[in-house]
Design a protein around this ligand. Structure first.
Ligand code: RIB
Length: 302
C-alpha cells in the first residue's frame, strides 16, 4: 500500500557554511565550504517521505524569484505533487543561513518570506487531496493560524494529523489538541508545554488532552521517547558517523509519517523514523541528505 501524505509547510533555500567552530558574538571566523541547497522543514519532510516511497502532496508558497527554481527542481526530481504550491507575487522565497561545525552541530536563521503568507484558500483548494490522505503533517515555519487551520481541516475529515512543533514556539492549546501525534525535540517540548523543567515525560504528558494523542520526543543520539496517557517507552536509535545533523528532525518526521501511514505499530514506526534520521546525519545538507527507502529498510531491519 502506498502511503498518501499531505504536508502543509515551508520551503527555504539553505545557505550553508561549513566551519571548524561557530563564531562568538562579534567574531569573524573562516569557513571551509559553502553550499546553496533546497531546505525548509516542510519541504525536507516532503522529500524524506517521497524517497521512502510515499505519494506526497506539498501545500505551501515560494516567491517569484531564482530560489523558487531550487524548490521546483527537487520536488520534480522526487515526484512531489506541487499542484497546490503558489508562487507568491509579493513575498520572497524563504531563506535559511546555516552554520555547521566540525562536530556536525548546526545553527540556523530563517527568513521565512512567502512561507508566512499561506492562506486558508490554499488549503481549501486541496481539500479533496487531504480527504484522501493517510496523514497530514505541519510544522511551525508557516503562519501559525494556518497550522491550526490545516490541522482542523484534516481532523474534520478523519485524517491522521502530525504536528512537528519546530522551530520552537508557543502555540494555542486549541491547535495542539488537534494533533494525533506531536513530535518536538526537547527544547521545542519545553517551549510548547510552557515549562521551566527539563522533565521530558512530565512536559510531554502536559500536552496530552485526549486518550488518543501521542507525543514522540526526538532526543538526538539517544533515540525517541514515546509518551501517551498510559505508555512511556524510549526507542533507541542506530549508531552512525555524524557528518551534519541539519535536517535530522525532518527526516524523522518524514519517516514517522510514512511508517504510520503504512500501518506500522507506533513502536515500529518510531524505529523506522529513527533509521531515516540516522542515515540523514551521515550526509551533508538537508533535503539532499534524505535517505532512499532501500537503505532505510536495511538499517531498520539490522
Ligand atoms: O530542519 C532543517 C531546516 O530548518 C533547514 O532546511 C532550514 O531551512 C530550516 O528550515
Amino acid at each position: 500500500m502506498t502511503a498518501k501524505i499531505v504536508i502543509v509547510g515551508s520551503f527555504n533555500t539553505d545557505l550553508t557554511s561549513y566551519l571548524d567552530r561557530m563564531p562568538r558574538p562579534g567574531e569573524t571566523v573562516g569557513g571551509d565550504k559553502f553550499v546553496t541547497g533546497p531546505g525548509g522543514k516542510g519541504s525536507n519532510q516532503a522529500v524524506a517521505a517521497a524517497r521512502l516511497g510515499a505519494d506526497v502532496t506539498f501545500i505551501g508558497r515560494v516567491g517569484q524569484d531564482v530560489f523558487a527554481k531550487l524548490a521546483y527542481d527537487i520536488w520534480e526530481a522526487e515526484g512531489v505533487n506541487t499542484d497546490y504550491v503558489i508562487q507568491d507575487p509579493d513575498h520572497a522565497t524563504g531563506v535559511a543561513p546555516i552554520f555547521v561545525d566540525s562536530s556536525g552541530e548546526n545553527m540556523i536563521v530563517v527568513v521565512l518570506g512567502a512561507n508566512l503568507n499561506i492562506q486558508q484558500s490554499d488549503i481549501d483548494s486541496a481539500k479533496d487531496i487531504i480527504a484522501d490522505a493517510d496523514v497530514l503533517m505541519v510544522q511551525l515555519e508557516i503562519n501559525h493560524d494556518m497550522v491550526g487551520y490545516a490541522l482542523q481541516v484534516a481532523k474534520d475529515m478523519g485524517v491522521t494529523t502530525i504536528l512537528n512543533p519546530a522551530p520552537a514556539a508557543e502555540l494555542p492549546e486549541d491547535y495542539v489538541k488537534l494533533a494525533d501525534y506531536i513530535t518536538p525535540n526537547e527544547t521545542e517540548l519545553e517551549t510548547l508545554s510552557r515549562s521551566d523543567s527539563d522533565d521530558v515525560i512530565a512536559n510531554a504528558k502536559s500536552l496530552l488532552t485526549t486518550d488518543s494523542q501521542t507525543v514522540v520526543v526526538t532526543m538526538g543520539s539517544q533515540g525517541a521517547q514515546i509518551v501517551t496517557q498510559d505508555q512511556e517507552q524510549m526507542i533507541g536509535t542506530f549508531n552512525v558517523d555524524v557528518v551534519d545533523t541539519t535536517g535530522a528532525g525532518d527526516a524523522f518526521n518524514g519517516g514517522l509519517a510514512v511508517g504510520l501511514a503504512e500501518g506500522k505499530s507506533l513502536e515500529e514506526a518510531v524505529k523506522f523514523a529513527n533509521a531515516t534520521a540516522a542515515l540523514c546525519v551521515t550526509k551533508p545538507g538537508t533535503a539532499p541528505s534524505m535517505p532512499q527507502r532501500s537503505d532505510v529498510d536495511t538499517l531498520y531491519k539490522s
